[in-house]
Design a protein around this ligand. Structure first.
Ligand code: NDP
Ligand code: 2IT
Length: 445
């Protein structure tokens, strides 16, 4: 069995040369799937894996726009519509200079399994651009978003493909994208994008959902060992949407969050990160984390370096892929780490995951632990479809129930495949089987 899977994987990788992050994501999933194929040989006969690894559609397009100085700028836009077995393609848009096809494909591939795990009717996709919104004016961001949507609009729709935010794409960008979609199509089609503003079709809790969900998932893992997040010493990487809301929820549940970072450095605040100040600096002023130090006593700011040098019992990587390597993992383990909840997508390298698992650390992989964001996007779609809007408390309760359910299904699947506590195995198998069953039922497409 393993050799048949290896041959399929090697063919997939050879077909997408140089797409390193995509290779990494595929390799990790394949590592989990041999036992499933022993139970379900029909998946091999139907070439489910070969089909799953080839996106249904990939769109790459030019995005021309004019900057404030009147110069013409050209970026590259992507949308990879990976798999629609369970529902319309669904997944975020990332605007960051590092974006390329391999990164969009890794994110889209992960999204298939994540969306399956939510239990909601969602296929998997991802998109973005190498546009860097940092230090751009609102007008420049608007013109970029309008140009991006002028091509993207023909590929998306409430029943086709529903983008949302990711790195560099938040409420401001979704607003500009939605406005242009509405203008071109002459339709107020709320369900075409999620992460919208509350007054025009968005859902309460969607901004908080990924970070909150990651903490809820981590709390569930700790509970299996009779522990809790309360009283834990937590380090979070990043200081964007996912990180800030993870910090807020961890503190609300009684944890002490002592450090967070951005791409330039990290702060250590032993009294606990001041979330209101962090939101003011990062969300309102769109400033740098360095400014936190000047506004609060007894805080140290470290330029460069790694936030994973700060000791923690719980680590929540919430910035970007491959930000936590094997050496950082080994150091955290030596210094008393209990649990890792991945708020970001694939933030731990393969080596880091191995270090955590060999040390018996509770490890919640991103496709399970950060699924609360997309799950709440599905709740936003439900509210749009019924022209309803739910209260914060009701929506948060739905999110909590979904996260507990994802945790429990990953744990039960790992146990039923003979590896209790292995959430990587549980998430990959549980996510995969539902998609594979649907693909079998829908024929060769
Ligand atoms: P934001 O743009 O709001 O924040 C990203 C944060 O990560 C910033 O602090 C940024 O620092 C830092 N960062 C980004 N790229 C790098 C890099 N290459 N090196 C170091 N630091 C970096 O994005 P989100 O919080 O939305 O996303 C964070 C992670 O969570 C991503 O992996 C994303 O895919 C994942 N995710 C997001 C979801 C969502 O709903 N938004 C849902 C599920 C997962 P700086 O400001 O200096 O650039
Ligand atoms: O990685 C992710 O799950 C997201 N960026 C959120 C996707 C969504 O459609 O809400």
């Amino acid at each position: 069995m393993d050799s048949r899977l290896d041959a399929i994987k090697e063919a997939v990788l050879a077909r997408s040369p140089g797409e390193l992050e995509f290779h990494q994501a595929v390799d990790e999933v394949f590592q989990s799937l041999a036992p499933v194929h022993r139970r379900h040989p029909e998946f091999l006969d139907a070439a489910v894996l070969e089909r799953l690894c080839e996106p249904e559609r990939q769109i790459i397009f030019r995005v021309p726009w004019v900057d404030d100085a009147g110069r013409i700028q050209i970026n590259r836009g992507f949308r990879v519509e990976f798999n629609s077995a369970l529902g319309p393609f669904k997944g975020g848009l990332r605007f960051h200079p590092s974006v390329n096809l391999g990164i969009v494909k890794f994110l889209g591939f992960e999204q298939i399994f994540k969306n399956s795990l939510t239990g909601m009717p969602l296929g998997g996709g991802k998109g973005g651009s190498d546009f860097d919104p940092r230090d751009r004016s609102d007008g420049e961001v608007m013109r970029f978003c309008q140009s991006f949507m002028t091509e993207l609009y023909r590929h998306i729709g409430e029943y086709t493909d529903v983008p949302a935010g990711d790195i560099g794409v938040g409420g401001r960008e979704i607003g500009y994208l939605f406005g242009q979609y509405k203008r071109i199509t002459n339709r107020y089609e709320s369900g075409v994008l999620t992460g919208k503003g509350i007054s025009w079709g968005g859902s309460l809790v969607r901004p908080e959902a990924t970070g909150y969900g990651t903490v809820i998932f981590t709390e569930q893992m700790l509970k299996t060992q009779g522990k809790s997040i309360e009283g834990q010493r937590v380090v979070v990487s990043g200081s964007g949407n996912v990180a800030i809301n993870a910090i807020e929820k961890a503190q609300a549940l009684g944890a002490l969050v002592v450090a967070c970072s951005d791409s330039e450095g990290y702060v250590v605040d032993e009294a606990g990160i001041d979330v209101a100040l962090l939101r003011q600096i990062k969300e309102v002023e769109r400033g740098r984390l360095k400014e936190y130090e000047a506004q609060r006593a007894r805080v140290s700011y470290v330029q460069g370096g790694s936030v994973w040098d700060v000791d923690a019992t719980v680590a929540l990587p919430c910035a970007t892929q491959n930000e936590l390597d094997g050496d950082a993992a080994a150091r955290l383990v030596r210094n008393g780490l209990l649990a890792v909840g991945e708020g970001a997508n694939m933030p731990s390298t393969r080596r880091a995951v191995t270090v955590f698992q060999e040390a018996g650390i509770l490890f919640g992989p991103g496709k399970a632990a950060n699924a609360g964001g997309v799950a709440t996007s599905a709740l936003e779609m439900q509210q749009n479809a019924s022209r309803d809007s739910w209260s914060f408390a009701h929506t948060e309760q739905r999110l909590a129930t979904i996260m507990v359910d994802i945790h429990d299904r990953c744990a039960a699947t790992a146990e039923s495949y003979g590896d209790p506590g292995n959430y990587v195995l549980g998430a990959n198998i549980c996510g995969f089987v539902k998609v594979a069953d649907a693909m079998l039922a829908q024929g060769v497409i």
